[in-house]
Design a protein around this ligand. Structure first.
Ligand SMILES: Cc1cc2nc3c(=O)[nH]c(=O)nc-3n(C[C@H](O)[C@H](O)[C@H](O)COP(=O)(O)OP(=O)(O)OC[C@H]3O[C@@H](n4cnc5c(N)ncnc54)[C@H](O)[C@@H]3O)c2cc1C
Length: 440
């Protein structure tokens, strides 16, 4: 390790938080609240990690790296947003309803859970998903008794309209892993906390303006208001250990001593944490999410109207799963998109434009490559390591916040929070790391 050791202003009790994704932000916020001095280090020039917004030069719009949705059941995430004073930046619909369109058959339906735990909606043919019977849904109880090694398909089979139109979209949205390999136990946890409780727990929330405006910028402001320091452009390259404790953080050009009484939170993705911490077992297997952001040509008027209070549409039978509309930008998400992520961006753009034009009822004349005035402008973002693969085998490798070093705790959506690798898990992991360091 090179570089001068920075010993200026050592602070008793200072916590060095590495990684300014939502896990790191959550840890820093909680530690500041508990009165600890905090320094937050981030390799990138901005915070937010896998949940951020930026101004895209091609689209000339601020876009999110990918569509993100919260449910009311995500109580830690919503509390975090409330704590940083950003609740009014979230949009929620007047009623819980998820509209869907089958791009292959043209059929559309709305999944609207009933108001209590009894799913009355599945007993009404008009409210059920087309092609399904009430008995199909009742098979969900099998998830409740899933073994640790069972996949969703092991419990529910892997065919039929309910599989195609409900279990596949739900599993890849919640776990970013195809139900043929996704953990049945983890999906049950999602179902138990949301659908099994009824409409209020399933209410969806999206960021009105952008992810950074809801989750990141207000968190940074709150951390700074607590006296926290934030250092961008600091990539942690190595750690020095002295016996059972971390003694220094090596950021290449700068080396930061970790004085006795000071502690460290490593809030990095699993591969990064495992590379830095000898002997750490971490689930390295990841699954991609592909997003297309499409600026519609001027004057393009979608014939399909989306609910103005929550302009989203679930898609089956095409290449993507969700469509979000914000102003003149349509954003599509394909989760567990291993095959799509390997294709060239132009091919993905053409495919997802086809889905968009069909889903929104746009004129097919508006085509990429034609008259530039009439052409949509498309940005493809491939997040190749969007989340860990939430398979039974990988989930067994999730560590808790405690490590073999007495002054170091782990955070990150991939750690063992009991929740899928989501904003909820990231926020919970940060709070758990903070708790561990303050009350070991
Ligand atoms: C396209 C997409 C869609 C998603 N949709 C949803 C959704 O709808 N709902 C939902 O709840 N969740 C969703 N997620 C998941 C959610 O974004 C993540 O679970 C969450 O953001 C993870 O936060 P984190 O802090 O654990 O990790 P990260 O966000 O990965 O944060 C880690 C941070 O550490 C930094 N870093 C890495 N290495 C170093 C280093 N050596 N030194 C210093 N800093 C370093 C990184 O730059 C990053 O800022 C989605 C994710 C993606 C990619």
């Amino acid at each position: 390790m090179n570089g001068p050791i920075s010993r200026d202003r050592p602070s008793p009790g200072r916590v060095h938080v590495v990684g300014a994704g939502l896990a790191g932000l959550s840890a820093a916020l909680r530690l500041g609240k508990l009165g600890r001095p905090v320094t937050l280090y981030e390799a990138a020039a901005q915070a937010g990690g896998r949940c951020r917004s930026y101004v895209d030069a091609k689209l000339e719009r601020s876009i999110d790296n990918g569509n993100h949705l919260l449910l009311a059941a995500n109580t830690a995430a919503l509390d975090f947003v409330a704590e940083i004073g950003a609740s009014d930046t979230l949009a929620q619909p007047a009623r819980t309803a998820f509209p869907f369109l089958d791009l292959a058959s043209g059929e559309s339906w709305t999944v609207a859970p009933s108001s209590g735990p009894i799913p009355w909606w599945i007993f009404s043919a008009a409210k059920r998903i087309p092609g399904t019977a009430a008995g199909d849904y009742l098979a969900a109880w099998k998830l409740a008794f899933a073994g640790a090694d069972d996949t969703v398909a092991d419990c529910l089979g892997d065919r039929g309209p309910l599989w195609e139109r409900f279990w596949v979209p739900l599993t890849i949205a919640a776990l970013n892993t195809h139900p043929r390999e996704a953990s049945a136990r983890l999906l049950w946890m999602v179902v138990r906390e949301s659908f099994a409780k009824g409409a209020a727990a399933c209410r969806p929330f999206i960021a009105k303006q952008g992810l950074s405006q809801t989750f990141v910028d207000p968190a940074l402001a709150a951390i700074r208001a607590q006296g926290g320091k934030i250092a961008f452009g600091r990539r942690l390259r190595a750690l020095s250990f002295e016996g059972e404790r971390v003694a220094a953080l090596d950021f290449g050009e700068q080396r930061v001593a970790v004085a006795p009484g000071e502690t460290v939170v490593i809030a990095l993705p699993p591969a990064g944490a495992a590379d830095l911490l000898p002997g750490l077992q971490a689930p390295r297997d990841a699954r991609p999410i592909v997003n297309a952001h499409i600026r519609l040509p001027e004057g393009a008027t979608p014939r399909r109207r989306l609910a103005p209070d929550l302009p989203i549409l679930g898609l089956v039978g095409g290449a993507t799963d969700w469509l979000f509309l914000r102003g003149d930008v349509v954003s599509l998400t394909a989760s567990a998109a291993e095959e799509l992520a390997e294709r060239p961006a132009e091919e993905v753009a053409a495919l997802l434009w086809r889905d968009t034009a069909q889903a929104l009822g746009l004129s097919p004349d508006l085509s990429p490559g034609l008259d530039p005035q009439a052409a949509p402008v498309i940005r493809i973002i491939k997040e190749k390591r969007a989340t860990l693969a939430q398979t039974p085998a990988a989930l067994k490798l999730r560590p808790g916040p405690r490590t073999r070093w007495t002054n170091l705790a782990l955070a990150g959506d991939w750690t063992d929070t009991g929740y899928p690798a989501t904003i909820e898990s990231a926020v919970r992991s940060g709070a758990a790391a903070a708790r561990l360091l303050v009350t070991p």
